[in-house]
Design a protein around this ligand. Structure first.
Ligand code: HEC
Length: 112
């Protein structure tokens, strides 16, 4: 477990160093680019549930509450969490910066 944790920290460090190569800041990247770069597609697809819910389903569920949910989802993208969609938890994605998480959350919410 300790080994896994160390590896995770190393990976987070490598991927977490600021922004994507070639991008001046997270604001220059759109959500679609970021979810590719941050490997969310291993568990999420646009319109069909995989291990996690489809992005469009997430947008539909939180459509009534966009301004609040942008913050909440950004936090959950980084920290991980469970209980909203079923029994499978989302792992933490600590390689995602706060700025990037906000861009991604806004992008998902605006799919509906
Ligand atoms: C290992 C699989 C996995 C990875 C990788 C993953 N997710 Fe998830 N995600 C899930 C699962 C499972 C859920 C449902 C959690 C729940 O029931 O609350 C989820 C839920 C979500 C939600 C909805 C949260 C809610 O409460 O409605 C968002 C937004 C999200 N993921 C974004 C992302 C983004 C962005 C990334 C990439 C940085 C990512 N996920 C990477 C599995 C994953």
């Amino acid at each position: 477990m300790k080994k896994i944790l160390i590896h995770f920290v190393q990976v987070s460090f490598i991927f977490g160093c600021g922004v994507l190569p070639g991008l001046a800041s997270a604001a220059d990247a759109d959500g679609a680019t970021l979810v590719q770069a941050r490997r969310c597609y291993g568990c999420h697809q646009m319109t069909q549930a995989l291990i996690g819910p489809a992005y469009t389903a997430i947008a539909t569920r939180h459509a009534a509450n966009k301004p609040v949910m942008e913050k909440v989802l950004a936090r959950k993208i980084i920290d991980g969490g469970a209980g909203n969609w079923g029994v499978v938890p989302m792992v933490p994605n600590e390689q995602v910066s706060e700025d990037e998480a906000r861009v991604i959350a806004r992008w998902i919410l605006n799919l509906k």
